[in-house]
Design a protein around this ligand. Structure first.
Ligand code: PEP
Ligand code: CO
Length: 404
């Protein structure tokens, strides 16, 4: 059953309206635009407010108990892989890696999936070349199709409704897993998360918490703003500052300390534990220069932050075969440097945000994938290269080795 929720009374009057929003599909002139927005605006929320509150408490508790957070999943979820079988497989991998992390570190581990809404991708380039043809880039199944055909790359707002329906099925499976077949609900997850990228989608899923009257984002438990959309005065940050969910923010290698302080002020003006998750993704070489002044400044500003390492997005390279890949060794180096820097500044290094596939992909080099040729065996990602579960286990083991 869907959680009940008050229908949207706020979606057209937010403080994000009228602000510039990067990375948005151009689809307002599509004949299905208005009806798609209307459907979302009157749909039940995908997650109930009480669960969002529960995750916030858990994250606040994490800060005082030195617990860990593990956020895992696809770079881009596929609408075709939201079946019960696929979802069960993904949840199994999250559970297995979460349990292993907990066993190795002796700490409680809160599990979060990049699931139930991770259907939209920011892109560095608006077009891709296919032979002599430049076609619009694939932007995730919420926006267009991965098929390299100009017509199917046209943004289609009906895809927001399909994403909502698919996300709803995934959320139901996640909720069933949290309830553990009749056992009391666990606060260790798996909770849902995605990048809050498409303002048309996210803004229509803002709802009012029936118990507190506060606004919350009903599309997911833990939304985050990406590296390309975290401008402090623009729409994405404004949207997430209007809701009470715990919220994440990616931080890339060119981040400016004062910009990050402005984002933190916008998202966490009350300095509330459990509200803000900061996710550096700087690359194994840049992190040592770039991260320390940011951690120091944020701590001095008084934000109680859940610091999470995304050791994937700053370490993407193109292989000789032209495939995007990542070297597990670089990923591990960044994660360990992150932990040392954050702990060295007496902050809590809370864990990892990692792109992991549920099946045995060969998209990153390391462990069972010995070299570039090995990438060809099973390279299926819709977007960025993911670790397989064996590679992710190596990463977790490397982190755990240094846990004091
Ligand atoms: C992602 O997490 O898939 C992503 C696009 O990240 P970033 O915003 O850090 O580039
Ligand atoms: Co990615």
């Amino acid at each position: 059953m869907q959680p009940s929720g008050v229908t949207a009374d706020v979606t057209h009057s937010g403080q994000w309206e009228g602000r510039p929003a990067a990375q948005q599909p151009e689809w307002r002139d599509h004949s299905a635009y208005k009806v798609s927005c209307r459907i979302l605006g009157s749909a039940p929320p995908l997650v109930p407010a009480a669960e969002v509150r529960q995750l916030r408490w858990s994250l606040a508790d994490l800060l005082t108990t030195d617990a860990l957070l593990l956020q895992l999943g696809d770079c881009a979820e596929s609408l075709y892989e939201c079946t019960p079988r696929h979802t069960a497989q993904k949840l199994q991998v999250i559970d297995r890696l979460g349990s292993r992390f907990s066993e190795l570190t002796g700490r409680r581990v809160i599990r979060v999936g990049r699931m139930g809404g991770q259907f939209a991708k920011p892109r560095s380039q608006p077009t891709e070349n296919h032979g002599a043809l430049a076609i619009p880039s694939f932007r995730g199944h919420m926006i267009n199709s991965e098929l390299a055909v100009p017509q199917t790359r046209r943004p289609d707002p009906r895809r927001m409704v399909w994403a909502y329906e698919a996300g709803s099925a995934v959320q139901r499976a996640m909720r069933a897993q949290r309830r553990g077949d009749g056992r009391p609900s666990t606060t260790d997850g798996p909770w849902s998360s995605h990048e809050a990228l498409v303002v048309d989608y996210e803004s229509r899923l803002i709802r009012r918490d029936p118990d507190t009257d506060e606004l919350y984002l009903g599309s997911t438990h833990l939304p985050w703003v990406g590296e390309r959309t975290r401008q402090p005065a623009q729409a994405h940050v404004a949207l997430l500052s209007a809701v009470v969910n715990p919220v994440g923010c990616k931080i890339g290698p060119t981040a400016d300390v004062s910009d990050i302080l402005r984002v933190c002020e916008a998202l966490d003006p009350g300095r509330e534990p459990g509200r803000l998750v900061l996710i550096p993704r700087m690359g194994h070489q840049r992190i040592q220069q770039t991260l320390p002044p940011i951690v120091r400044a944020v701590a001095n500003a008084g934000h109680p932050v859940v610091w999470l390492s995304d050791p994937m997005h700053g370490n993407t390279v193109t292989s000789g075969l032209g495939l995007k890949t990542r070297h597990l060794a670089d990923v591990i180096t960044e994660a360990l440097r992150f932990r040392d820097i954050v702990e060295g500044l007496r902050q809590h290094a809370a864990g990892l945000h990692v792109e992991v596939a549920a099946d045995d992909v060969t998209e990153c080099i390391g462990g069972p994938v010995e070299n570039e040729d090995g990438l060809l065996r099973h390279y299926t990602t819709l977007c960025d290269p993911r670790l397989n579960a064996d590679q992710a286990t190596e990463l977790i083991e490397a982190w755990a080795k240094g846990t004091g």
